[in-house]
Design a protein around this ligand. Sequence first.
Ligand SMILES: Cc1cc2nc3c(=O)[nH]c(=O)nc-3n(C[C@H](O)[C@H](O)[C@H](O)COP(=O)(O)O)c2cc1C
Length: 546
Amino acid sequence: MVMNDANAKVFAYHEQSKNLPNRYARAPNYLDWASQPDPFRRYWKAPTVSLSRPEPTDEPGFAQLHQSGQIAPASLSAAAIGQLLYDSMALSAWKVESNASRPLRCVPSAGGLHPTEAYLLCGAVERLTTQPALYHYSAFGHSLELRAEFDFALWQRLCGELPAEETLLVGLTSIQWRTAWKYGERAYRYCQLELGHAMGAVSYAAAVLGWCAQSVPIADADLAMLLGIAGQAGPDAELPGCLIALYPRREYESAVQPFDGDCLEDWQEHLRREPPSPVSTSYREWPLLDEIAEACRIQQPLARPVGVKATEEAHAPHAGVGARGLLRQRRSALKMDGQTAMPWHDFQHFCCRLAPDRLPLNVLGQPPALHLLFFVHRVDGLSPGFYILPRSKDGMALLRTSLRAMPDWHKPEGMTSRLPLFELSKGDAQTQARVLSCNQAIASSGAFAVCMLAEFEQRLDDYGPGEYRSLHWEAGLLGQAMYMEAQALGLCGTAIGAFLDDGVHRLLGIADRKLQALYHFSVGRPMEDQRVSSLAAYHHLNKPVA
Ligand SMILES: Cc1cc2nc3c(=O)[nH]c(=O)nc-3n(C[C@H](O)[C@H](O)[C@H](O)COP(=O)(O)O)c2cc1C
């Protein structure tokens, strides 16, 4: 058990970065366009390899990603790596609005600021590299920028017990300044949520290739060293995020062990010296963000008592919509129509897919800590009102004692599945959904909205302040799954990071820190915004050279 004191800074940051009805989290009063962050980091002078951009096809279907043995693992190749990154971390379009265009990606991002950077470590791969290497991924060029080369023996050590010939490692970092530029002190939360979205996107894209994804417990100092960012300093320095192992067969799951930092002894010699591009020409300091980043540093890989094993669904007769198209076309609804209802069967299916052992939620490999409060507005066969979906037995027990304002739990009438969904209270949930989402109509005009409630104090007591990040990753993963599942059902989602943190607690009668609202989400039928048009993701690469 980690002493409570170690978490004091986390609680203080969380309090300070809350949106309250009478004051929102501290942020700039205006957008300083002179210091607008560059959304693309580059290692300009590094040798660069362009990756392929295979257009999505109907195969495999999205449903197949969730079924065992449906997709034969692709062999490791430059083309497969190109597809993996094209379907997860790449640009997906450019949004054009009043003569300005901004890039969109397969992952969502608060304010479209995209703080997440990705790195790839691999062994020798034909048409990519003759020896093991570390690359920075450039989303702008859909290319890999070389950061280090090393020998196979070292690559084997980096892979631990995983088979070095068949393994890839993906590292994720955050340039917090990009988000702080607009969102100030709430930026740390958004960056962590977005790491969760990126973990989800990488897991889905790996599943399309028949590969499995599992996060590797690793100390921050080792991750920073491994990704070549340890020497970065100043406001645009990257913060280490997480490391994900990709491998072709489920049976290797138990081979994913905490990363052994000893193998990085001579790593520095292999790293190239090109500096990363700066993000802005000037910066504003946010001391609270530095403090929380320091407080949440993962000093040593977190030991977990029980992992969550991945499970798959029984074979479905229809493969469903093409998975790759879905991944590349993920989009946030700007407005929802306030009319379309989701069929009850679809709603149950949506909820089932959010179980902790399902793709992509199983990438964390740890017991779930997040539970879902639904604000149901329009689901055919389900009365409007508030519903709770505990995602574990322990969570259910905690929720039962904590939701003091809603103690009467009922199984919804006509529920056929064994889903642990409970009705808390019938009635209009639209007003609460909107008000608690900082008055955003997107939360009340869909079929339903969700608030993700985290087991908070106990988790932090058990695992220390680094757990604060992990809770946000789980929320981001849930958000990514909701985007995909909503689109697979012909609807659309929108992540909602701006909400009144304590309002939900008051609604439910939560009076302590045992549970904490971390993220909102809305699902419904999107309405097209006529003012917005889009350009192809890589139109800029196809331009003829003048
Ligand atoms: C952490 C996070 C918080 C967000 N918060 C909101 C929000 O409060 N309201 C909203 O309308 N959209 C929100 N979004 C959605 C972004 O606005 C959206 O992802 C961004 O504009 C890019 O568009 P896209 O998702 O269509 O690619 C959020 C997204 C993330 C990842």
